[in-house]
Write a protein that binds this ligand. Structure first.
Ligand code: UT7
Length: 337
């Protein structure tokens, strides 16, 4: 089945993070905590947050413009837009529709948001692969953008230490040279454990009827311990399985670019693959968990900092609310970022 799909080329990538930095020390102004506690438990030293009127739309727009520039393609070449955000700044118009307009992508082009929390980029890549593989669309813009700081409960020291804001974008297109940049990809979900991370939207019933017992706060509620256990027991074996399906061995893959949720979770995947530190891309120290954006931010920044040499292969993996998880083995061509 997969052999019959048209090949997909990853043509361009970009990322954007807000300028405002909140350090662990800054958080001590909000509640009792310490840089030492946060850093040893998570690997995080600081995170970026939007401020004023800035939202995930601005971050996504900037990331998308950079990805388009790198791809050498123009807004007119895009024939589908998929946005992935854990919680978009507005439910509608969607992030994808808003970006279609702001980027000057022709206004008949389909644009939609896809919600798979921190696994959003891998889910969007799988959907894009289906569209391109089946010949439905040729060139797709994927934008993963999150302003987590707006849905964070800043009184909860168990969750607000973790999250940060940022965006990543990827332009994918049918590969005219016949080389598929997706060597393997898989996505999964288990709704039966979905209560581990929740964001319940506020909203009352019609005033003429009985009201619900509880009204959502619109803020992240998380059982960190359960999420941690889920991640370290599920993700490493899943990544190994995805590598097996790519036809490569883990030694043959150049980099692990995981979702940046907790340094200890990253290390659990690293240990399973027996990778040395130079093969593992981690920037959680400076950005915290930027949800769906964390993989593309780590990838592009890794290239900019010389940690990733292009003309290589990488295994990407994500996991998050839903619960959802996914992995992909991809080819990183020269010049994509
Ligand atoms: O995309 C997926 C997103 N989610 C995740 O990846 C979350 C994964 N989970 C985690 O990263 C960890 O569970 C946390 C870092 C969130 C928490 O670490 P933990 O080792 O599971 O700590 P805990 O929640 O069990 O708390 C241990 C203690 C508690 O005190 P007591 O009850 O032992 O007295 C907490 O009240 O640490 C306390 N505590 C803190 N102390 C200082 C919790 N948060 C803090 C804090 N500063 N920020």
């Amino acid at each position: 089945m997969t052999d019959k799909l048209r090949p997909l080329k990853i043509a361009g990538l970009g990322y954007c993070v807000p300028e405002t930095v909140i350090t662990n020390d800054d958080l001590t102004k909000l509640y009792e905590t310490s840089d030492e506690w946060i850093y040893t438990r998570t690997g995080i030293k600081e995170r970026r947050v939007v401020s004023g009127n800035e939202t995930a739309i601005d971050l996504g727009l900037d990331a998308a413009q950079k990805a388009l520039a790198k791809s050498g393609l123009k807004p007119e070449d895009i024939d589908c837009v998929i946005s992935a955000a854990s919680v978009p700044p507005q439910l509608y118009p969607t992030l994808a529709c808003t970006l279609q307009d702001k980027l000057g992508i022709p206004n008949q082009v389909p644009a939609f948001d896809l919600t798979a929390a921190c696994t959003g980029l891998i889910y969007a890549l799988q959907v894009a692969r289906g569209f391109i593989g089946a010949g439905i669309y040729k060139t797709i813009l994927i934008v993963a953008s999150d302003n987590n700081s707006k849905i964070t409960n800043w009184e909860d020291r168990g969750t607000s230490i973790l999250f940060g804001d940022g965006a990543g974008a990827m332009v994918v297109t049918e590969a005219e040279d016949g080389i598929d940049d997706i060597l393997s990809i898989q996505i999964s979900a288990d709704g039966s454990i979905g209560q581990m991370i929740q964001t319940n939207m506020p909203g009352q019933c019609c005033p003429l009827v009985e009201q619900a017992d509880e009204v959502g706060t619109g803020k992240i509620i998380m059982n960190g311990k359960d999420v941690y256990k889920f991640a370290v027991t599920t993700v490493p074996a899943y990544v190994e399985d995805c590598i097996k399906k790519s036809g490569l061995t883990s030694e043959e893959i150049d980099y692990l670019i995981p979702h940046q949720a907790n340094q200890r979770i990253i290390e659990s995947i690293q240990n399973r693959l027996k990778y040395t530190d130079d093969k593992v891309i981690s920037n959680i120290k400076y950005y915290g968990n930027t949800s769906a954006a964390s993989i593309p931010i780590a990838l592009v920044e890794g290239v900019e900092q010389g940690k990733i040499k292009l003309g290589s292969t990488a295994v990407l993996c994500g996991f998050g609310a839903g619960m959802t998880w996914g992995a992909a083995v991809v080819r990183l061509r020269k010049g994509i970022c």
